[in-house]
Design a protein around this ligand. Structure first.
Ligand code: SAM
Length: 269
């Protein structure tokens, strides 16, 4: 059967999908957008629920597309075919991908953060830039970080920009939002180590790799790590820079630190 092609931006389903461009729209619908067949396949295979699959008219047929179509329909979702022009409006950019999915959001609870041997967790205090957060998720996925704890008032990880910058990694990294006070209370029961990166740190990143369960804390782009958070950490680490250099970009500093701490790194994995 040939799919009916939706042509109108006034279509109710299309309006609901376009509303996912805003935080409010995403929260109300508990969903986010993922663009590109490869990323949608990865999400489906990782068990994320595909609520809607939007296909550009004339999209290429493929076994991978059949796979995500089945995943979507099998969980009660719907497949919509739209004109190229409408696809541009859904993606809000030219050269839109020919496959866009609406995926149900998923969050992990703080009690899933476990102090297991060789477990490396990342905590981001008030990260504000979606591009930074997406890049960090990509790094976290590459170096087998167990999950990312989002502390305080952070950017929405399911924003279109953050998801794009994560290059699909968002479906592989559990996300735990928590208020700072709640996190600090929970931290009292954390039996592993907690390492903060701080421009006033006295330790360097070398020699930190090990099997001890670890939470690595990174600070806000403007103000860094709060004093209360720094006081709650066992060690403050500074990445050496040339004299006079201000600081590193948050995502760059995270990549250096995660690689330095990655338990698998020393084994040449
Ligand atoms: N003015 C801020 C401050 O005083 O911390 C700069 C914040 S920096 C752009 C954002 C985050 O990146 C910091 O909170 C820290 O986690 C990390 N960072 C950047 N450069 C670093 C360095 N040389 N050593 C350790 N952490 C660094």
């Amino acid at each position: 059967m040939t799919d009916v092609v939706i042509t109108s931006a006034g279509n109710t389903e299309i309006k609901a999908i376009r509303a996912l461009a805003t935080k409010k729209g995403r929260s109300q619908r508990n969903a986010f957008l993922s663009e590109g067949l490869r990323h949608v396949v990865e999400a489906a295979r990782a068990g994320w629920r595909i609520k809607r699959l939007v296909l550009a008219e004339g999209h290429a047929a493929s076994p991978l597309l059949d796979e995500v179509r089945q995943a979507c329909l099998g969980e009660g979702g719907r497949v919509l075919t739209v004109t190229d022009e409408l696809m541009t409006r859904v993606a809000r950019r030219d050269n839109a991908q020919s496959v866009i999915a609406v995926i149900e959001q998923r969050w992990a609870a703080l009690d899933q953060v476990k102090a297991e041997q060789r477990a490396l967790w990342l905590a981001l205090e008030e990260v504000r830039d979606p591009g930074n957060l997406g890049s960090i998720l990509r790094t976290a996925d590459a170096f087998a970080v167990k999950g990312v704890i989002l502390i305080g008032n952070t950017v929405d990880p399911f924003s279109v920009e953050a998801v794009r910058a994560s290059m699909g990694a968002i479906v592989n990294v559990p996300l735990t939002p928590v208020e700072r006070d709640a996190f600090l209370t929970w931290r009292l029961g954390w039996t592993g180590r907690m390492i903060a990166t701080h421009l006033d740190g006295t330790a360097g990143p070398e020699g930190l790799r090990g099997a001890a369960p670890t939470i690595l804390v990174m600070g806000n782009e403007q103000s860094g790590i709060s004093d209360t958070m720094a006081a709650a950490c066992d060690t403050l680490v500074r990445i050496p820079m040339r004299p006079g250099a201000d600081s590193l970009n948050l995502a760059a500093a995270t990549a250096i630190m995660v690689h330095a701490l990655w338990p698998g790194g020393g084994a040449g994995q």
